[in-house]
Design a protein around this ligand. Sequence first.
Ligand SMILES: Cc1cc2nc3c(=O)[nH]c(=O)nc-3n(C[C@H](O)[C@H](O)[C@H](O)COP(=O)(O)O)c2cc1C
Length: 369
Amino acid sequence: VSPAHDSDPAAEQLLSLRDYEHAAARVLDPAALAYFAGGAGDELSLHQNVAAWQRLALRPRVLAGVERRDPGVTLLGTRRPHPLIVAPMAFQALAHPDGERATARGAHGTGTVVSLATLGSTSIPELAQAVPEATRWFQVYVFKDRGVTRELIAQAGEHGYEALVVTVDLPVVGRRERELRTPSSAHADAIPGGRAAGAEGALTPMQFAALVDPALRWSDIERLVADQPLPVIVKGVLRSEDARLAADHGARGVVVSNHGARQLDTTLTGAEALAPIVDTAGDRLDVIVDGGIRRGTDVLKALALGARAVMVGRPLLWGLALDGASGVQRVLEILLTELDVALALTGAPDPAQLDRSFVSPAAWVTEPR
Ligand SMILES: Cc1cc2nc3c(=O)[nH]c(=O)nc-3n(C[C@H](O)[C@H](O)[C@H](O)COP(=O)(O)O)c2cc1C
């Protein structure tokens, strides 16, 4: 935990990710806030993404000898210091002028993998040059212009990105009413991937996303795996059948995700979809989960259900908006501190000790505050 930052009185009261959320809502421009915070439709899944983790009760072991704890996990065959990953999120310049560069710096400060979005406000080489030492993944939207996508993937390989996260739950853009009511826009020149795909002038995020090809199929995933050397992770899977297909077509991992509830409302949450997917394909794929991870206990529950790692989304944008790279780092440190306490207090000093016996459906149900 960063002592330098703890001495900042303004930041001192920001103890939880929820504190960051509330504080960021006060400083962000309304259009940026609508883009970051909103979900699709009635935002029922947005609410459930958080509530689904809360519905799981922990079943701690006692007297388990927890004096030495290590949150490390193995991901894509590599040892990582902990299971957190920064989710790919587009348009981070709407939160902070340094955008993805600040996010990657904050992530690197805690040894966290950072994902750069195709529709990021920083290009693949710019991010690599700014934070060469960070472990970087590249999130792929396959554009209608496949040549552009091939070019971006080649760039990611050349610039030391270590995996491709291919997002498959956005053949079209979800109906996000907060965004429709309070639109934000970015100039095509400010979104290098969108510019490359032919965007011109000022576009809303939903207009940029319309560049994505709705004709994408499993055979395209197989080709992508075959055509380039980076491991492919398919992001946006909620059914076991699709996880099996991902493995059959050569993916190394899946992200069990409803895209932060931004695409189709009333879907399953990642938390709900996770266990059956681990049972079906967990021996062939690294299963990652996201959506509504807001506490160290949420991370622990994901690991207990069989996830290897979790992606964290919006809370990092709140840290970014409030305090750039330090804000991102601080949000990750809070989660890591909470995870450490949770490992100790559940009697599982490292993730390998966790299994489903550590969680059960809660007898009580809370509403997210
Ligand atoms: C503002 C914003 C932009 C996002 N942009 C992308 C994107 O470009 N590509 C993608 O695969 N997912 C994108 N996502 C989804 C995240 O990667 C992730 O699945 C989701 O945010 C996790 O849920 P959480 O925000 O509740 O942690 C975005 C999410 C947000 C909040």
